[in-house]
Design a binder for this molecule. Structure first.
Ligand code: PLP
Length: 484
């Protein structure tokens, strides 16, 4: 009991310190709302949790339900157009990230990508895009009718991963194609590989084409100099950040930033977002974005991030010293976000390593491929957890775990260049039929198949299905194809 009290007091002290250090207007507005309850004759119909399923309420706590409200009520402001504390919170986020305008997203970075696609990539125009883009970018092309022009990043064959995007490849694609609506780059990759955005931005400027950077996995960069520089400061015209991935906000909450001098019109972005976002935005999610930004700006949050970077360095060093364990490191060819640690262990596939960590050590990793596992060293991880993680991998490397079951199992991510034979939008809305996978070779895909994580496509609408796709489709019995 004493222990709990001490912890609560310590927690309160940290909360008070942070409050005197940084502002979080939306968190404060929500607190006021909580302290001044009103009789509710409006949505959400669970009425401050009174009509919630009891076991659920017990599980998440009644306060979470009391706080579950949407915009437009109780002086909390509105999201579209941004007013009141929501507007203030977005403005503080823009300042913190160095943007001219920042928009809160409630359907993840996915909504940000769809918005950007609707704003810029018109029907028949081309979008220069890296092969390992997230499926939301493909959805954006289905909506807009744009044509992809693929850029193949470097292949890190030993790791079966995509590497950096060569600026020269972007220039080549711009030279070879008219009608380019924009260049759309993913940076960093899911596994932390960083491309030379400055060089890519300069090329885009030379050709007067906007550059979008899907920086979903790089939202911490602006808060510590030891991390790579954010594309917001390197010449991008728009950047999306999944704050919920590594920034500390709640799942689904993300941000879209428009920097000073961008080719995007922020008012058009706002209008498009209004079409795509929910009309009942969750105050909890929005306040969690305000809170995450405030935490990252606070002394406490800066310490947490600095510690995570130290832990990442420590993990890398320890893992390098274990025989049979290998860690993806930056080379002279590419830079890296060191908080994303991709590890492989000799004799084990990534899937097998993932299952050993989970079953025998109660450790859940971010993702696993045929080759290795991805560990995210987060701002919330503790020293004990880091220690336990490295010790566990060491034990695994020194044991005789076998991998008979997994070795032949489903392959993870194809590193093929999609053969696009039909516009993705036309294929998606075309006449289709569902056929057995074995009969699909030579046919045109009418669907996106991209398993998450990492959400990189195995097949997309308009792509020719070949023998090479089959090992990646073991879990699919049927495929949607264009009718002949
Ligand atoms: C590169 C990239 N962009 C965008 C997204 C979509 O992000 P969200 O899950 O926030 O919608 C993801 C998700 O994994 C991603 O990896």
């Amino acid at each position: 009991m004493l222990k709990v009290k001490t912890k609560t007091r310590k927690f309160r002290k940290i909360a008070d310190d942070i409050r005197s250090d940084v502002k979080a207007p939306l968190v404060e507005a929500l607190e006021k709302f909580y302290k001044n309850p009103m009789m509710q004759f409006h949505i959400p119909g669970h009425t401050a949790g009174r009509a919630s399923y009891r076991p659920f309420k017990k599980l998440i706590g009644s306060r979470a339900l009391l706080l579950d409200t949407t915009d437009e009520f109780d002086n909390l402001g509105t999201l579209h157009p941004a007013t009141g504390p929501i507007k203030e919170a977005q403005e503080l986020a823009a300042q913190a990230f160095g943007a001219k305008r920042t928009f809160f997203l409630l359907g993840g970075s996915t909504i940000g990508n769809l918005t950007l696609a609707m704003c810029m990539s018109k029907k028949g125009k081309k979008v220069i895009v890296n092969r390992n883009c997230h499926r939301s970018i493909l959805t954006g092309m289905i909506i807009s009718g744009a044509e992809p022009v693929w850029i193949l990043p470097e292949k890190l064959n030993e790791w079966s991963l995509w590497g950096e995007i060569e600026p020269a490849e972007i220039e080549k694609a711009l030279k070879e194609n008219d009608d380019v609506a924009m260049v759309w780059i993913t940076n960093p990759t899911y596994e932390g590989v960083v491309s030379n955005i400055k060089a890519i931005a300069n090329i885009c400027k030379k050709y007067d084409v906007p550059l979008i950077v899907d920086e979903a996995h790089g939202c911490l960069w602006n808060f510590n100099k030891k991390l790579p520089q954010s594309s917001l400061h390197l010449g991008a015209d728009a950047v999306v950040h999944s704050l919920h991935k590594t920034g500390g906000s709640m799942s689904q909450s993300s941000m879209l930033h428009i920097p000073e001098g961008s080719k995007f019109d922020p008012d058009e972005i706002e209008r498009t977002l209004q079409l795509l976002q929910t009309t009942s935005p969750s105050m909890l999610l929005m306040a969690s974005l305000d809170a995450a930004r405030a935490n990252l700006e606070s002394k406490h949050g800066k310490k947490q991030l600095n510690r995570a970077i130290q832990y990442a360095k420590y993990i890398r060093k320890r893992l390098h010293n274990i025989e049979g364990v290998h860690v993806l490191e930056a080379t002279e060819n590419f830079n890296q976000d060191i908080t994303k640690v991709f590890v492989k262990v000799d004799g084990l596939s990534g899937k097998r390593l993932e299952s050993i960590l989970e079953i025998d050590f109660d450790i859940e990793v971010e993702s696993a491929s045929d080759i290795g596992v991805l560990l995210l060293i987060n701002i919330g991880n503790t020293k004990q957890e880091i220690q336990y993680l490295v010790d566990s991998i060491e034990k695994i490397a020194h044991s005789n775990y076998s991998d008979i079951y997994y070795i032949e199992k489903r392959k993870h991510m194809p590193m093929l260049t999609p053969k696009i034979v039909m516009n993705p939008r036309e294929a998606y809305y075309g006449d289709k039929e569902t056929i057995e996978k074995e009969k699909a070779t030579g046919r045109i895909s009418a669907e996106v198949i991209a398993e998450c994580p990492p959400g990189i496509s195995i097949l997309l609408p308009g792509e020719l299905i070949t023998e090479e796709h089959l090992p990646y489709l073991n879990e699919y019995k049927y495929l949607e194809v264009i009718k002949e």
